[in-house]
Write a protein that binds this ligand. Structure first.
Ligand code: ZN
Length: 206
C-alpha cells in the first residue's frame, strides 16, 4: 500500500513527494534539499531511499537531487530525453534562472516509456509525456500519478520554454486523459487533484 506525502517546497522550488511502500522509500523531484527537507525525511524514519525520481530536467525539480542522494542514496532516475539536463545547466535552464549552484551529476537510470521500477510490493511505471520538456515523464504507481509540469490542477505546464512543444504537450495530455480509471494527481506545482476532476474541469483536457 502506497503512502504519499508532500514535502513543502521552499523558495520557488517544485513540489517534492515522499513515497513509501513497505520498507521502500522514494522521492519525486528535488529542487532544493535543505534542512527542512532533511528533517522531514528523518521524522518519517527514512534512512535510505530506493529512488530519486525526476519528472523532468528543469532546475527547480533537480538542483537538490545531488545532495539528497549523497545523504540518503537512491538511484537517480530521469528519462533518457532529459538526462543531459543533469550535466548541462543550459538544458536545465539554471544558466538563465540562476536558481542555485548546479553540480553536474550522471543519472543512474535513464528511463523510457513503459519502464517498470520495482517498488514495495508493486511497480512504478514510467509514462512518457513530452512537451513541457523533450523528456518529460509521469510516474504511475497504484492509483497515484506524479505529473510533473505536464498537468496541474486546472492548468498545464508551459510549452514555450526551450525544448518545449505545444502540440507534443497536448498529445501527452490526451495520453493522460485516456488512462483507464481515476488517479490521484500529484503535480510539480500547486495542489493535489484527481484525473477525473481534470477531465471535467481542466480546459486543456476537455
Ligand atoms: Zn519545468
Amino acid at each position: 500500500m502506497l503512502d504519499v506525502s508532500l514535502i513543502e517546497p521552499c523558495f520557488d522550488a517544485a513540489n517534492s513527494y515522499l513515497l513509501q511502500s513497505g520498507t521502500d522509500f522514494a522521492v519525486v523531484d528535488c529542487g532544493v534539499f535543505d534542512p527542512a527537507f532533511d528533517a522531514f525525511l528523518k521524522a518519517r524514519g527514512v534512512t535510505q531511499l530506493r529512488y530519486i525520481l525526476l519528472t523532468h530536467g528543469h532546475y527547480d525539480h533537480i538542483l537538490g537531487a545531488n545532495a539528497l542522494k549523497e545523504k540518503y542514496g537512491g538511484e537517480l532516475v530521469i528519462s533518457a530525453g532529459d538526462a543531459d539536463c543533469l550535466t548541462d545547466e543550459r538544458r536545465s535552464l539554471n544558466a538563465y534562472a540562476r536558481f542555485g549552484t548546479q553540480t553536474p551529476v550522471e543519472a543512474d537510470r535513464a528511463v523510457s516509456d513503459g519502464d517498470a521500477l520495482p517498488f514495495g510490493d508493486g511497480n512504478i511505471t514510467v509514462l512518457s509525456t513530452p512537451g513541457h520538456t523533450p523528456g518529460g515523464v509521469c510516474y504511475l504507481i497504484e492509483d497515484c500519478l506524479f505529473s510533473g509540469d505536464t498537468l496541474f490542477c486546472r492548468s498545464i505546464g508551459r510549452s514555450d520554454l526551450p525544448g518545449g512543444n505545444t502540440l507534443t504537450l497536448l498529445r501527452s495530455l490526451e495520453t493522460l486523459k485516456a488512462l483507464p480509471g481515476n488517479y490521484r494527481v500529484f503535480p510539480g506545482h500547486g495542489e493535489e487533484t484527481t484525473l477525473d476532476a481534470e477531465r471535467r474541469w481542466n480546459p486543456f483536457l476537455r
